[in-house]
Write a protein that binds this ligand. Structure first.
Ligand code: 2P0
Length: 320
């Protein structure tokens, strides 16, 4: 009746922004991501017949903020008549600040809860369940370079290139650690309803996915850099043009982009991407990792840095 799983966050290169079905949480577009190695969420789930209500601790402290979404996830996996559960979440990076903490959290709880409920599910089914809780979580079931495809009535994720086959580095420049003002779920709906650029985004996504897919297959860094930066800036343009506008950047976010541009001017292999938060993720060739980290660390407003390679998909702790 208990299971513990570990999952890593992922960073989308070709982004998910918008839903085609809010009830089943189906994304409006496919996406391509990289799973990170050094950042993780560990979730322990224990069903307990004597409990009257679910409980949650986050890094050892009782915290009910995420409990309703986590409880719905347990209902989908173990059924609504399930025993209540003790859930313990441990995470080694800031939560809800645009670092994909929901991706690793919902991937980990899905794997842990399936084990605790005694269900042996295929990875595809686990990804589908995780995706119903949080769209980006489906991708964290897989390692390396991951593509999420929209199917008729579901999603399908797969690793398209193993981490070891193209070992890139990711430098995360932290500029602010507070939770975001508007959560992604709500923000996506605001964009879908109000942004004049939303329909163009949907139309162009297949082309961006195809370009990124071929760049990854060819390990063509320049091609992947160009399509990733463009796709990111398109997503933020949709947000900026929404009503009310959704601006996740701060002044340091912009300064980090300037730093990346300067490094590119010195012929370093690096590109940026930014999610629904003010942090900047710089993806770079491993031999340029130190230079990129030093330049971002010296950028005004950067409060912390995380340096990581690419890692594995979610795992039961006993399999680790
Ligand atoms: C992504 N983001 O592809 C995009 C880019 C943020 C910006 O997926 O509503 O927490 O739970 O399905 O997965 C963040 O959104 O949203 C996200 P829900 P999720 O990584």
């Amino acid at each position: 009746m208990q299971g513990t799983a570990i999952a890593r966050p992922n960073i989308a290169l070709i982004k998910y922004w918008g839903k085609r079905d809010t009830k089943r949480n189906l994304p409006a577009v496919g996406s391509i991501s990289i799973t990170l190695r050094e950042l993780f969420t560990r979730m322990a789930v224990e069903f307990d017949a004597s409990l009257g209500a679910d409980t949650l601790t986050v890094n050892g402290t009782p915290d009910n903020a995420m409990l309703p979404r986590l409880a719905s996830c347990l209902d989908r996996i173990a059924g609504p008549d399930r025993h209540r559960a003790h859930i313990a979440s441990d995470c080694n990076f800031p939560i809800a600040a645009g670092l994909a903490s929901s991706a690793s959290a919902f991937a980990a709880i899905t794997v842990a809860a399936a084990a605790a409920a005694g269900k042996e599910l295929e990875r595809d089914s686990l990804a589908s369940l995780a995706g119903q809780a949080s769209g980006s979580a489906a991708r964290s079931l897989f390692g390396g370079f991951v593509e999420l495809k929209n199917m008729d009535d579901d999603i399908r994720c797969a690793t398209i290139l193993d981490a070891a086959d193209w070992p890139l580095s990711v430098i995360v420049a932290i500029t602010e650690t507070g939770p975001k003002a508007v959560g992604s779920t709500e923000a996506m709906e605001i964009s879908r309803r109000t942004s004049p650029f939303y329909s163009t985004w949907i139309q162009q996504q297949e082309q961006d996915l195809a370009t990124a897919r071929s760049a990854i297959a060819e390990r063509d860094f320049e091609k992947l850099a160009a399509v990733t930066e463009h796709n990111c800036l398109k997503m933020h343009s949709i947000m900026w043009a929404s009503r009310p506008p959704l601006v996740y950047w701060n002044a340091a976010t912009m300064r980090c982009l300037e730093t990346v541009r300067q490094l590119q001017g010195q012929s370093l292999g690096v590109f940026f991407t930014i999610d629904a938060g003010p942090q900047v993720k710089a993806v770079c060739l491993p031999e340029h990792s130190d230079a990129v980290a030093n330049a971002l660390r010296a950028t005004a407003g950067v409060t912390d840095l995380m340096v990581t390679g690419l890692g594995d998909g979610a795992k039961l702790e006993t399999d680790a």
